[in-house]
Write a protein that binds this ligand. Structure first.
Ligand SMILES: [Zn+2]
Length: 465
C-alpha cells in the first residue's frame, strides 16, 4: 500500500488542537502497524475548521489520490481531514471511486467501515449545526437577559455589577460614581451646558469614565442611558424595567432624552449659547400655542425667506424674527429704565416655579417621546392623540403656574440707568428670563398687506401675582 498522511493544525478556541508533529508521528506509527509505505505527507496550517479557507496540501492530497500516487490515507482523526459534511461526502466518494483505504489513529471513527462513515456523517452534521447555532444562541442569550432586565456587556458608569444568590447579575449604584451622574443630570436639566459641567468635574478632580478627564461626548452618552432610570434597552429600544438600582427616576430620563433629541437645542446644549430670543416665549395670536424659530426657507418663487417665528401648533402665524426681536427689545429697554415700575412684579415664588417648571418639562418630554415613538411606528396615531390629549392640558396648566410664580430678582441687575448696555451684554438665557418675567408676547394674525405691522406684535406687561 502506498500511503499518504494528512495532518492539519488549527487554532481551535477550546484549546484541543493537536500539534502537527504529534499527528504525523501517530499516523506514521499507524502506517507501520498496518504495514503501509508512507510515500507522502500533506500538512496544512489552518486557522479554523469552519472557515472556508484554501488548503493547498488537501488539494494536493486529492490529486495524489486521483492520480494513483497513493491508495491509502492516514489521518489522526476525521475532523483533521474534513471540515464540513460536504467535504466528508467528497472524501467518502473518493474512497469508493478510487478504492482508497482510510485509516485514522485517534478518535473513534473508522472511515473504512460503513458504521464508521455513518458515525462520521452524524458527527460532522452535529458539528456544523453547533457552529450555526452558536451565534444564534448568543443572541438569544442576550435577548433573554434583556427581557429579564439583567445586564450584559460592560458595567455602565455609575454602577457596580453584583451577583445575587441565584446567580443572576444585577447592577447597583456605585457609591462614588452614581452621585456624579445624578448631579450632572440635575445641572443639565437646570440649564447648564455639558461643557460647563465637564469643566467643573475636571476642576474638582473627578475621574472620568474612560480617561481621567471628562468631555461632552462621554457625558452626553451617560446622560442618555436608560439604565440610569432603571430601564433596560435592547438594540436601542426600552424593553422594560432593568434589574438595577436606578440613579434617578423615569421622568428625569424622559426629560433628558427630550432635551438631547430637541433639534432646536442641538447646538445649544453643548456650549453656552442657547436658541433664540423668543423661541417658546412668543405666543400665537390664533391658537395660543408657543412659537418656534424657523429658518428661512426658499419659497415657491425661489426667494429666500428671512428667519421667522412660526406657530408650533396651527402653523398659521409666521413673523419675521428680526422684526419681532427688535420690537420686544425696545419694549424691554423702555421698561427697565423705569425701575420703580418693576417693583410690583418683583415678588415671586422660586420653589413653586422650579416645581412647576420641572413638571412642565417632564410632561413635555413625555409628549416628545410619544411623538418619536409614533414616528418610529411603535405606537399608532390614535394612541399618540390620546396621550397628547391627556398631557397637553397638564402642560398648559404647569406653564401657567410657572408664569404666575416666576421670581424676578434677576431683574434688579438690569434696571436703572445703563440698563440698555447691561441688557445688550447679557447672555441670551438671561435676556429670555427677563422677557418671561416682564411680559407676554403675542403675535397677532396679519391682515392683508399688513404683514410687517409692528402693532401686530402685542406686548402685555405682567403685574406679578
Ligand atoms: Zn397657532
Amino acid at each position: 500500500m502506498k500511503a499518504g498522511i494528512y495532518a492539519r493544525i488549527s487554532q481551535d478556541a477550546d484549546g484541543t488542537s493537536l500539534g502537527v508533529h504529534r499527528q504525523v508521528d501517530d499516523c506514521t506509527l499507524e502506517a507501520r502497524r498496518r504495514g503501509w509505505d508512507i510515500v507522502d505527507r500533506f500538512v496544512d496550517n489552518d486557522v479554523s475548521a469552519t472557515r472556508s479557507k484554501h488548503r493547498p496540501q488537501y488539494a494536493r492530497m486529492i490529486d495524489a489520490v486521483t492520480g494513483g500516487e497513493i491508495d491509502a490515507l492516514i489521518v489522526w482523526d476525521v475532523d483533521r481531514l474534513t471540515r464540513t459534511p460536504r467535504e466528508l461526502e467528497d472524501i467518502i466518494d473518493l474512497a469508493d471511486r478510487y478504492k482508497l483505504q482510510l485509516a485514522n489513529v485517534g478518535g473513534d471513527i473508522d472511515l473504512s467501515t460503513p458504521q464508521g462513515r455513518m458515525t462520521a456523517r452524524i458527527k460532522g452534521t452535529v458539528a456544523r449545526h453547533e457552529t450555526d447555532q452558536q451565534s444564534r444562541r448568543l443572541k438569544r442569550k442576550f435577548e433573554e437577559k434583556a427581557l429579564k432586565g439583567e445586564p450584559h456587556g460592560f458595567t455602565p458608569y455609575g454602577f457596580l455589577r453584583v451577583r445575587d444568590e441565584s446567580g443572576a447579575t444585577r447592577d447597583v449604584r456605585n457609591p462614588e460614581q452614581a452621585p456624579v451622574v445624578a448631579e450632572a443630570a440635575t445641572r443639565f436639566i437646570d440649564g447648564e451646558s455639558l461643557r460647563g459641567i465637564c469643566a467643573d468635574f475636571n476642576a474638582r478632580g473627578i475621574h472620568g469614565p474612560r480617561a481621567e478627564k471628562w468631555n461632552t461626548t462621554v457625558l452626553r452618552q451617560i446622560l442618555q442611558r436608560a439604565t440610569n432610570a432603571g430601564l433596560r434597552t435592547h438594540r436601542g429600544v426600552v424593553v422594560g424595567p432593568a434589574n438595577v438600582e436606578p440613579i434617578y427616576d423615569e421622568d428625569t430620563h424622559h426629560q433628558l432624552k427630550a432635551m438631547f433629541d430637541d433639534p432646536t437645542r442641538k447646538n445649544s446644549y453643548v456650549g453656552n449659547t442657547p436658541v433664540h430670543l423668543l423661541t417658546s416665549i412668543a405666543i400665537c395670536g390664533l391658537c395660543g400655542s408657543t412659537m418656534r424659530r424657523l429658518r428661512g426657507i426658499v419659497n415657491g418663487t425661489g426667494k429666500q425667506q428671512p428667519p421667522a417665528y412660526g406657530c408650533k401648533s396651527c402653523f398659521k402665524i409666521r413673523r419675521k424674527q428680526s422684526l419681532v426681536d427688535a420690537v420686544v427689545t425696545e419694549h424691554v429697554l423702555a421698561r427697565l429704565e423705569q425701575p420703580d415700575a418693576l417693583a410690583a412684579i418683583a415678588a415671586g415664588d422660586p420653589g413653586r416655579v422650579k416645581a412647576a417648571e420641572d413638571q412642565a418639562r417632564a410632561l413635555e418630554a413625555r409628549l416628545a417621546t410619544a411623538s418619536d415613538q409614533f414616528a418610529d411606528g411603535i405606537i399608532d396615531g390614535t394612541q399618540l392623540a390620546r396621550i397628547s390629549a391627556k398631557l397637553r392640558p397638564q402642560i398648559d396648566e404647569a406653564r401657567q403656574v410657572v408664569t404666575r410664580a416666576l421670581p424676578h430678582s434677576s431683574l434688579a441687575a438690569f434696571t436703572g440707568p445703563g440698563a440698555a448696555q447691561r441688557w445688550a451684554a447679557a447672555p441670551l438665557e438671561q435676556q429670555r428670563a427677563v422677557i418671561q418675567a416682564l411680559m407676554t408676547v403675542t403675535i397677532l394674525p396679519a391682515g392683508i398687506g399688513k404683514g410687517r405691522d409692528e402693532s401686530l406684535i402685542r406686548v402685555e406687561w405682567k403685574t406679578g401675582n
